[in-house]
Design a protein around this ligand. Structure first.
Ligand SMILES: Nc1ncnc2c1ncn2[C@@H]1O[C@H](COP(=O)(O)OP(=O)(O)OP(=O)(O)O)[C@@H](O)[C@H]1O
Length: 455
């Protein structure tokens, strides 16, 4: 097998769905990569036998076999070829099986292009330049709507004090961006901003991740290590998805915040830490307190001042302003021309309800820029129809935690009803038909869930 190519990195895309294969190919080509496609496992194996590739992206289920076969084939041949698989939405079992078999990573459908790029960059070790990274990190919060301006006024005030801030808002509505803005406008700007996704840390590692550990504290602790608190000393610690912290960790966190001291795992001495805490969650934290899943004393500590980030659908024409900014940003990043929107595309953007907020808008525009073949982005390029067909998936992806079950089910029900009302122009008779429930039942549900025409 040939050595790694010194020319363009070569990617093999294996997919029997022409639309997805085209989208992947276009995206990769625009990243400056060489792309070959195969429409199934047999064709892919034949190509791998003949040519050198630097990365393989394979769909999981194809008529002539499974992506998993390909993962095993590559492993059995001992090839230096990272492979990532694309799984159906929610099919984590498949993803885990692929990872266990030696896959490098996986993507869930619908494929988010930003995630795809990140995966490809990391597989091929293509790094964004520090300047590009900094520019992305320091992006401003855009919007002229009263809802966003209200949030910006509060952010400015919060930047002048040290109070703990609790940021609420739907997924993708800019909670982390708001926390970064508070930090970068504050006196702590020259100190670190450390963002922690509390839901992503395994429970048994939490204490050492937050507070650090001493050499020898446990097997594998080869040297002293700082935790998030020490890393954020002098700066800001952003606790994202704080509702996901287990109760035991909540006690320890409360103590660290109150005492402004932490002790490393396996250590004796306490260390002073000076951090500003900003926390966020898209869950209803006071409900978590009621349900006994979140400590009330910690809730009061964190929720000194609440900053609510508006959903994109509450921001009126800001969607167009942000879309324009994003199109320019995407064009600059990929060396593409800036495309304008047709009137129909603008209209559709203003009418769409964006359950995934600005993050969804970003993904949608990445896709639209890859698909548009003229000088303009048209309504078809936005694939909003497709987006709303996949609404259940998109909504499910943004519904947050599955417990408490009743809250989760209410959110699912609400999202399905709003989608049906949207489709039928708030005609409740037609919406009830679409949902397969009686008119009376729909009316009852509208009342129970507090759905009004404004929504
Ligand atoms: N008003 C805005 N103007 C420009 N970009 C925005 C705005 N709001 C959000 N974004 C962008 O949308 C993306 C998602 O934002 P962010 O990660 O801050 O959301 P989040 O609410 O923290 O999401 P999650 O709940 O999933 O953690 C980021 O790239 C952010 O820069």
């Amino acid at each position: 097998m040939a050595k790694k190519s010194k020319v363009l990195p070569r990617v093999l895309v294996v997919d029997d769905e022409p639309d997805l294969a085209d989208l992947l190919e276009l995206t990769l080509l625009k990243m400056g990569l060489a792309v070959e496609t195969a429409n199934g496992v047999i064709a892919a194996k034949a190509l791998i036998d003949r040519q050198h590739f630097d990365l393989c992206l394979s769909d999981m289920r194809m008529p002539d076999g499974e992506g998993l076969d390909l993962v095993r084939y590559i492993q059995s041949k001992g090839l230096d070829l990272p492979i990532a698989v694309i799984t159906a939405y929610g099919n984590t079992e498949n993803a885990v099986a692929a990872l266990k078999a030696g896959a490098f990573d996986y993507l869930a459908k619908p494929v988010a292009l930003e995630q795809l790029r990140a995966l490809v960059k990391s597989a091929l070790k293509i790094e964004a330049t520090p300047a590009v990274k900094a520019a992305r990190r320091d992006r401003p919060l855009l919007g002229d709507s009263p809802a966003l301006q209200h949030a910006l006024v509060l952010i400015e005030k919060l930047a002048r004090n040290q109070a703990p801030v609790y940021v609420t808002g739907e997924s993708g509505s800019g909670k982390e961006r708001a926390a970064r803005t508070i930090h970068s406008c504050s006196s702590r700007v020259d100190q670190p901003f450390i963002a922690v996704n509390c839901g992503a840390i395994p429970e048994n590692l939490m204490e050492s991740e937050f507070f650090g550990y001493r050499k020898g504290a446990f097997t594998g602790a080869m040297e002293d290590r700082d935790g998030f608190f020490q890393a954020a000393h002098g700066g800001t610690l952003f606790l994202d998805e704080v509702a996901d912290l287990p109760l035991l960790m909540q006690v320890k966190l409360l103590r660290a915040i109150q005492e402004r001291k932490v002790r490393k795992v396996g250590g004796v001495q306490e260390e002073d830490v000076d951090v500003r805490i900003i926390s966020a969650t898209h869950q209803n934290l006071s409900r978590c307190v009621e349900a006994g899943r979140f400590r009330q004393d910690l809730y009061y500590r964190l929720n000194v001042i609440e900053l609510k980030m508006p959903a994109l659908r509450e921001m009126g024409n800001d969607v167009l302003l942000i879309a324009q900014f994003l199109v320019e940003d995407i064009a600059a990043r990929h060396g593409m021309p800036v495309l304008a929107f047709t009137a129909a595309a603008k209209d559709a953007l203003c009418r769409y309800d964006f359950p995934g907020n600005v993050r969804e808008l970003e993904n949608l525009l990445e896709r639209a820029m890859a698909l548009a073949d003229g000088q303009q982005i048209d309504i078809d390029d936005l694939q909003l129809q497709h987006a709303s067909c996949d609404k259940a998936e998109a909504v499910a992806a943004n519904l947050g935690d599955t417990y408490p079950l009743q809250d989760y089910l209410d959110r699912v029900e609400k999202a399905a009803i709003i989608a049906a009302l949207d489709k039928t122009g708030f005609n409740r008779t037609q919406a009830a038909k679409l949902l397969g429930v009686t008119f009376r039942s729909l009316r009852y549900r509208l009342e129970r869930l507090g759905i009004t025409q404004d929504e």
